[in-house]
Design a protein around this ligand. Structure first.
Ligand code: NAP
Length: 307
């Protein structure tokens, strides 16, 4: 274990919340380090298009947006580690973060670890994951060119990814358990206009079938069972917070989201949470970025008072 430096600010997660916290911290003169286990940009990188972030009148692809975040981080000389946090110790003055390679210590910490896809929890989902079962249309759509697929869910993500898949896949069955979508109207209207999308309302997936790859899904509707032959299924039934590594260090709500006040403060001094990982009403890139700005600003003020 190497431990040679005390950072002012340790940021967990490199999505819009974490990157914004890093930029605000660095501009305030704090020494900051950001840990990201996958790719700077976070979840947005695997989104086809970001259409509702001000300043991009024509929208921007998630991948291009992620690259912009990364180059902005570089301009502010924030240290970045490609590392997954395994454990933390936040109760003392020194906030400790443990990765497989090192122990990193900071005076303040911002948790911005986002969310991971929620599972549908049906037979065949895990055994056929990566063999026709996917949680990322942008990543995997190319494997389904001209093929019949299903999308499950009725939120923004399911609608957005249905629109994306409609350009590549053959027929798309959009399977939703109710008869009204939760996603925004603009996305709903676009989905209704797509000729290769068939919406299956009030329908649930009971089982995903296939020997070596997905061959079809068994559905239930109105008490009846039906089978759809298809080659892929994209699951968008919501997301769950990435907070398992916190164990019982920080108070969470019943769903595992971090509880903060509007200053992004958790119950522990100098431990802040920002973005999708915290309990909040609206999970969007812009609200994540705003949370990151608030968290870093509050950390800066607290460190100035305490130092
Ligand atoms: P979401 O809004 O929570 O929607 C999840 C959908 O999955 C709901 O329609 C829900 O049905 C359905 N569902 C949940 N559990 C299910 C189950 N066990 N079986 C079948 N269906 C199930 O999740 P999301 O679409 O991933 O979006 C997450 C957050 O990110 C939201 O705040 C969303 O606004 C945001 N987001 C925004 C954008 C954008 O602004 N462009 C894009 C993507 C995501 P019910 O409706 O019946 O509950």
């Amino acid at each position: 274990m190497v431990q040679d430096k005390l950072y002012d600010l340790v940021i967990l997660g490199g999505g819009p919340a974490g990157v914004t916290a890093a930029i605000y911290g660095a501009r305030a003169g704090l020494s900051a380090i950001l840990l990201e286990k996958m790719i700077v940009g976070g979840e947005i990188v695997s989104t086809d298009r970001l259409d509702n972030y001000p300043g991009f009148p024509d929208g921007i692809t998630g991948a291009a947006f992620g690259l912009l975040l990364e180059s902005q981080l570089q301009r502010f000389h924030v240290a970045v580690r490609a590392a997954a946090v395994e454990q933390v110790s936040f109760k003392g003055e020194a906030k400790k973060v443990f990765t497989p390679e090192e122990e990193i210590t900071g005076r303040a910490v911002v948790i911005a670890t986002g969310t991971v896809p929620r599972l549908l929890n049906v037979d065949g989902e895990l055994s056929l994951r990566g063999r026709g079962v996917s949680y990322c249309a942008t990543c995997d759509a190319a494997f389904f060119r001209g093929k019949d697929v299903a999308v499950v869910g009725g939120g923004d993500a399911a609608l957005e990814e249905t629109i994306f898949l409609s350009r590549l896949a053959g027929k798309i069955y959009l399977i939703h358990r109710r008869e009204a979508f939760r996603g925004v109207k603009a996305l709903q209207e676009k989905v209704y206009s797509l000729p290769n999308v068939e919406i299956l309302w009030n329908t649930t997936v009971e089982k995903i079938e296939g020997e070596r790859r997905v061959e079809g899904v068994r559905l239930a509707r109105d008490g009846k069972e039906l089978f759809l032959a298809l080659q892929g299924i994209f699951i968008y039934v919501g997301r769950q917070p990435n907070t398992g590594f916190l164990r019982d260090e920080v108070p969470l709500d019943e769903q595992g989201f971090i509880i903060t006040n509007e200053k992004m403060e958790t119950a522990l001094p100098r431990v802040y949470a920002a973005g999708d990982v915290r309990r909040k009403e609206l999970r969007q890139v812009i609200t994540a970025a705003a949370d990151g700005a608030v968290a870093a600003t509050m950390a800066t003020r607290s460190l100035a008072v305490g130092s």
